[in-house]
Design a protein around this ligand. Structure first.
Ligand SMILES: Nc1ncnc2c1ncn2[C@@H]1O[C@H](COP(=O)(O)OP(=O)(O)O)[C@@H](O)[C@H]1O
Ligand SMILES: [Mg+2]
Length: 243
């Protein structure tokens, strides 16, 4: 079966800094690809390249058979690429509901009752229905993260890109977020960058490891997390386990 997303030969450098070095992977609908790697490895840049905020030097990004690497961000968004940012970016002066409505209108192209019904549906799915009338700028961190996810979902994406949306949350909050992501996974393809191993393991089908813009490993979560390569990158251990 044709994957929903196929990235191949993706290269990008900012001056001397290489953020993508011949990156390739595939992702099917219903799959979640976890992405890990040290700070500065190029994880957020990979998402920027996929959404079009950054243009690749070389390489191909194919969404559902269509090459999107030359398209501007709004065209990619219309084709189903949704993004939740590392730092939540709500319209702080609008309510939670209005934030979802903006995404449903401009992202999903819905109007009238269809837009409002879908917005409320998304707020229910993300545990925000009781806070629909609250100002987005007044939300605590967990709800700002949920709203960031809700906005991505409201735009009816086929591909959802999540950048460290669990960072800074308490353990029970992380678990609630994992449960929410689990419930939407079947209908979407998800790329989730996160530093919390058990959260990624719970939802990811595969984990991809980036270091200096290079894919150094991709495979089943348990295998990748327990690998010598990951231990070496994260703990400075040599592959044979000797520090
Ligand atoms: N627009 C940019 N211009 C110049 N350098 C950038 C830009 N975006 C990211 N970088 C640099 O690229 C490297 C990778 O950044 P990033 O993708 O944010 O890493 P990660 O998300 O893995 O921590 C960092 O050294 C960062 O400073
Ligand atoms: Mg980042």
């Amino acid at each position: 079966m044709e994957p929903l997303l196929r990235v191949s030969g993706l290269c990008k450098r900012f001056g001397a800094i290489v953020v993508a070095d011949d990156v390739e992977f595939e992702l099917a609908r219903g799959e979640c690809l976890g992405v890990i790697g040290p700070n500065g490895a190029g994880k957020s840049s990979l998402l920027n390249l996929i959404v079009g905020l950054v243009t690749a030097d070389h390489g191909s990004i194919v969404l559902d058979g269509v090459e999107i690497s030359d398209l501007p961000p709004h065209r990619r968004a219309r084709m189903g690429v949704g993004r939740a940012f590392q730092i939540p970016q709500p319209f702080t002066h609008l309510s939670v509901y209005e934030n979802a409505l903006v995404a449903a209108s401009y992202g999903a192209g819905l109007r009238g009752a269809a837009a409002s019904d879908w917005s409320m549906d998304v707020l229910r799915r993300t545990g925000l229905e009781g806070k629909a009338e609250k100002l987005a700028g007044a939300l605590p961190l967990i709800d700002r993260k949920r709203l960031e996810f809700a906005k991505a979902l409201a735009s009816k994406p086929r591909l959802i890109l999540l950048d460290e949306i669990a960072a800074g949350l308490t353990e029970p909050e992380v678990e609630r977020l994992v449960a929410i992501i689990g419930t939407v996974k079947a209908d979407h393809a998800i790329i989730w960058i996160e530093h919390i191993p058990h959260a990624l393991r719970a939802v990811s089908d595969r984990i991809l490891v980036l270091n200096f813009g290079r894919k150094v490993l991709e495979g089943p979560p348990a295998e990748v997390m327990d690998s010598a390569v990951v231990r070496e990158i994260y703990m400075g251990l040599k592959a044979d386990g000797v520090a």
